[in-house]
Write a protein that binds this ligand. Structure first.
Ligand code: PEP
Length: 250
């Protein structure tokens, strides 16, 4: 079964009501490329309004709590994302792992909570620069995959995003060969874990993806899409990435 290309924008802590016009322009352009699955993950505050404008694209959260409800001031439960109109959530982004001390066990619990609430999940993994330099990037990332992956999951609702930390927001990008090697290693590890069904899971690349490098990165072996930060904030920068994915989808 061919894997559909998947292009996801992570708006991080950016976006006010006025930014919905950009989202609408992105959704309108994405609708021209039905062979590509497109999603935007805005701040929590914009999910409801963005979902109402989504035109068939998906809208998601950037994080959720692992508990269903309770005394967790400032946190958002997976069911609340669903209630607001989200269809997916990003878990384990390196800005959560590093900035908020989230462990692989935390990420696994969040992914399980999100799946139980009916969301799709994008589970992020990636190595710091020193680990890449030491030659241990693949070992590091595969350990994250092993430890953060839920015990049981619906393959159609889980994607992995490989995001080398040193490539996020820096303009630095690994070589296409390194990206392909990492994605191939992740797929092999998934095969060991879940068998032939691993061929159905989508593995996205994230880290300084732009309209200029998207075609090359998205064409690399086992790269099924992109998780995009900075270049997802405007239609002018994001739509060329979606178009590059569509061109590869044929
Ligand atoms: C991200 O935040 O997931 C990301 C990949 O950011 P950027 O595209 O800006 O590097």
């Amino acid at each position: 079964m061919a894997r559909r290309k998947y292009v996801v924008g992570n708006w991080k802590m950016n976006g006010l009501t006025a930014s919905l016009d950009e989202a609408k322009a992105i959704f309108a352009a994405a609708a021209e490329h039905p062979a590509v699955d497109v999603a935007l993950c805005p701040p929590f505050t914009l999910i409801g309004a963005m979902a109402a404008a989504a035109q068939g694209a998906a809208v998601g959260g950037q994080d959720c709590h692992s508990a269903a409800s309770g005394a967790f001031t400032g946190s958002v439960a997976a069911s609340m994302l669903v209630d607001a109109g989200a269809g997916l959530v990003i878990v384990g982004h390196s800005e959560r792992r590093d900035g908020f001390g989230e462990t692989d066990a935390d990420v696994k619990a969040k992914a399980e909570a999100a799946l139980a609430a009916g969301l799709s999940v994008i589970l992020c993994v990636g190595e710091p620069h020193a680990v890449r330099e030491s030659g241990a990037a693949i070992d590091h990332v595969l350990a994250q995959v092993r430890e953060s992956l839920p015990d049981d999951f619906d393959r159609s609702r889980l994607a992995i995003a490989y995001e080398p930390i040193w490539a996020i927001g820096t303009g630095l990008v690994p070589t296409v060969e390194d990206v392909a090697a990492m994605h191939g290693s992740i797929r092999a590890a998934l095969s060991e874990r879940i068998g032939a069904g691993a061929a159905e899971l989508r593995i996205l690349y994230g880290g300084s993806v732009t309209g200029d490098n998207a075609a090359q990165l998205l064409d690399a072996g086992d790269v099924d899409g992109a998780l995009v930060g900075g270049a997802s904030l405007t239609a002018a920068k994001f739509v060329p990435i979606v178009a590059a994915a569509a061109a590869l989808a044929g």
